[in-house]
Design a protein around this ligand. Structure first.
Ligand code: UDP
Ligand code: MG
Length: 317
């Protein structure tokens, strides 16, 4: 099979038939063998019954139904597990992404050798409250992930080589960082294609509000931490802890020597407990020790983590 189209959806009853017709037309024109996997993320409208109807009429339409709303990442995760095509395309269900982009996205994977191609909504039809924070977010994501050629990490329209989706684990709200996940899994040929974007035709956006930003940044920090220190927590905690402890230790030593020197020479000196350095060194040593212990605990946890030896082997002969 050439292509699996994975479509996560949450209450998108009005767009589904139109989206299916459009994908079908494009696939037919280019003679692709394909499947469409609709992942119904706990919709409370008629989305699922429409998917069932489509499935009866067209066997290439498949569906996964969540019992409740889990989020876009879990929906993608389950869609990826089921996908069988050599190239996997993800797109939103709201008709904002155009299926006309599929052939080129497919070609870039198969012929240009990309592992992942992300859509880039250069001209976006979303309100400013959405586009402006997105710019900021992408700039940070570029820096942290080291994938400098991507403008639009969170674009719903992407294509993947099959191995990529089988080797990454999209969880929580990490769908925003799939290119970063792919890079961490060893798929480094990541490209971009400018895609058409339209304003939402039916329904309304599921990702509004400010907290998505805050959470987005926290997720980015988590990913960065996991990819740099995930299996060697002692390298950060131990380092910071030792540094603080040593600093505190020498500070204490200095205070002690100073006091002794003053005593021996009969110079009047302040009480040790009245020196601000005393409290500074105390704090440094205590926090230093705690960080060190945190590192040890981290190592113990990693040692027992089920995926500690989860290496991504490309080939074995
Ligand atoms: N979606 C989902 N589960 C959710 C929220 C959204 O499957 O909990 C789907 C949604 O139906 C759509 C896609 O994710 O197909 C992108 O959502 P939306 O269009 O609301 O995001 P936006 O384009 O506004 O960023
Ligand atoms: Mg949308």
């Amino acid at each position: 099979m050439d292509i699996s189209v994975v479509v996560p959806l949450y209450n998108e009853q009005d767009s589904l038939r139109e989206l299916h017709q459009w994908i079908k037309r494009v696939m037919g024109e280019h003679h692709f063998t394909y499947e469409i996997i609709f992942v119904n993320d706990g919709s409370s409208d008629k989305s699922w019954s429409i998917i069932e109807e489509l499935h009866q009429q067209y066997p290439e339409v498949k569906g996964i139904k969540f019992r409740r709303n889990y989020g876009k990442s879990p929906a993608l995760y389950c869609g990826f597990k089921r996908a069988e095509g050599n190239v996997v395309i993800t797109m939103d269900a709201d008709l904002q992404d155009s299926p006309d982009e599929i052939p080129e996205l497919y070609r870039m994977i198969m012929e240009d050798g990309y592992d992942l191609v992300s859509g880039y909504k250069q001209k976006r039809y979303d309100p400013l409250s959405k586009t402006l924070p997105t710019k900021l977010f992408n700039a940070t994501a570029r820096r942290v992930s080291g994938i400098h050629n991507l403008h639009d990490f969170n674009c719903g329209l992407k294509s993947y080589r099959k191995e990529v989706v089988k080797n990454i684990e999209v969880f929580g709200e990490m769908h925003r960082y799939i290119p970063y996940l792919a890079k961490n899994a060893g798929f480094s040929k990541i490209g971009e294609k400018v895609v058409h974007h339209q304003s939402r035709k039916y329904g309304k956006t599921k990702f509004g509000g400010l907290n998505r930003f805050f959470n987005g940044y926290l997720d980015l920090i988590t990913l960065w931490f996991l990819s740099t220190f995930g299996v060697k927590p002692m390298h950060i905690f131990g380092f910071l802890g030792s540094l603080m402890f040593i600093l505190g230790f020498f500070l204490t030593l200095g205070i002690g020597i100073h006091k002794l020197y003053a005593l021996a020479n009969g110079i009047p000196a302040v009480l040790i407990t009245e020196s601000p350095y005393f409290y500074l060194s105390l704090t440094l040593m205590i926090i230093g020790t705690q960080l060190f212990v945190a590192g040890f605990l981290g190592e113990l946890i990693v040692r027992h983590a089920p995926d500690r030896n989860n290496y991504n082997i490309e080939k074995e002969i």
